[in-house]
Design a protein around this ligand. Sequence first.
Ligand code: SAM
Length: 287
Amino acid sequence: MPLDTGAFADGPGHGQKPASSARARIVLDTSVDVGAALRAARQSLGLALGDISETTRVRERHLAAIEAGLIDQLPSRPFSIGYVRAYATALGADADTTARVYGNFLGLLSTWAAPWAAIMIASAEPTTERRTVSIDLREDWPTALRESGFDDTKPAAWSAEGLLMYLPPEAQDRLFDHITALSAPGSQLATEYHPDTGPTMGERGRAMNDRWANLGCDVDLSGLFYEGERNNVADYLTDRGWDVSSRTRRELFGEYGRVFPGDDALAAFRNIVSVIATATGSQKKGG
Ligand SMILES: C[S@@+](CC[C@H](N)C(=O)[O-])C[C@H]1O[C@@H](n2cnc3c(N)ncnc32)[C@H](O)[C@@H]1O
């Protein structure tokens, strides 16, 4: 596992707590899993979670969540990284590196790799084979999908999240036309739309970008957004025979027992509507 247990020096014997003045120097190999590395180090020092909690003033349940990779049981990202820093410090490990690696890990989870990283963390066995298809959704992606084995006689699951603003309005419609044509009855589609796209899109994009720039992101993502009036996704899918349900972001958060933050940082996302649609078999196949 990711811990070099042979590499601590001047530390206490097994079963003793590290004294703050003569703290063990241990080396965590965080290349696989920071939480697992922390747990292995703690156990190798004979320390209980309660000992770490006492030293760091971080609640035991949060320390346990860090060890188990249960990030949904942790508070916000800065707090979580702070906890990991404190935990590593309490063990006498390199707190800066551990915190940085953990921050990268959280960043990874919140972006493209989220579903796969979650599966890896849960050590779940996937029941399907993953095949990636590199395509531009403005082009003929259904052919590429079919050529790599997609079977449109079986129900499919589609997710188009955080994507639509990167497509011109007409490509957004074409995307849903193709999905409609490829969807056997029972197929499910998860997507979302901004009711206030169009003229305000560029403005909101720039506001988001300014915020990200302040956080150190030097890529102007708003330059990738397409402006222009768009069809309302829920209406568009309903018109094509999908059984559609929509929820506001606040409702969605509420269903997961969470409160949508009211601060300005998320203002650009406040009005997003989440859409779930089921193919009924009576869709109008246009794509
Ligand atoms: C903000 S991310 C959405 C992340 C996604 N929900 C996930 O969990 O992986 C936007 C995604 O849109 C993709 N994208 C943008 N324009 C595209 C296009 N023309 N064709 C295909 N993918 C595109 C980008 O590659 C990126 O992965």
